[in-house]
Design a protein around this ligand. Structure first.
Ligand SMILES: [Zn+2]
Ligand SMILES: [Zn+2]
Length: 185
């Protein structure tokens, strides 16, 4: 009972690598199945930074969780049809975009190292309530984690300096800044 016809009244569509989003570009049959699957998708933002994609009871797994940076938590990751569903919904304005975490905060470990783009993985020893999930890089290890955190901190400081109107190099207020009348520093 395999591969001899389109699964018209089939009990369940199983989203595995045979039905990955990239397969739809190569096979009209896969495209046909996935178009049907995507039509049923119900999407909502959960836990601020994630999309919950519910394909209904005819699809296994029925519910997928896609991160703000468009990776699914299932084995298909960025190639999951749930990611396509989120993209389509966002393009058509059918759902609100999930919140982007502030730089340096990771609601989950990133899939790619933000420093060099190599594969990154969860590293619980670096997790903290302020920085979120810890991770390390397949190429640069924990040093890329700390490099990224330092860059994020620098960017946050630069933004603060800018708001306060202070030049971080000279550490002095810009010439337009006036002390209040009568105040002699
Ligand atoms: Zn998925
Ligand atoms: Zn790296």
């Amino acid at each position: 009972m395999k591969n001899n016809s389109l699964p018209t009244p089939s009990p369940a569509v199983v989203l595995d690598r045979h039905l990955a989003a990239s397969r739809a570009r190569l096979s009209p049959e896969v495209k046909h199945i996935l178009t049907g699957v995507l039509k049923e998708a119900v999407i909502e933002v959960v836990h601020e930074f994630f999309y919950q994609v519910d394909f209904g009871p005819d699809v296994r797994p029925q519910v997928h969780i896609v991160s703000h940076d468009l990776y699914c938590t299932c084995a298909l990751e960025a190639d999951c049809p749930a990611v396509t569903a989120v993209k389509v919904h966002l393009q058509r304005g059918l759902c609100e975009p999930a919140k982007m975490p502030r730089p340096g905060y990771f609601p989950t470990a990133p899939h790619r190292c933000p420093v060099c783009g190599a594969r990154a993985g969860y590293n619980p020893r670096l997790s903290s309530p302020w920085r979120g999930a810890g991770w390390s890089c397949a190429q640069g290890g924990v040093s890329h984690y700390w490099q990224h955190q330092a860059t994020a901190l620098q960017a946050a400081c630069a933004e603060k300096w800018q708001k306060l109107g202070i030049d971080p190099v000279t550490f002095s207020p810009p010439p337009s800044f006036r002390f209040p009348e009568g105040y002699k520093p």
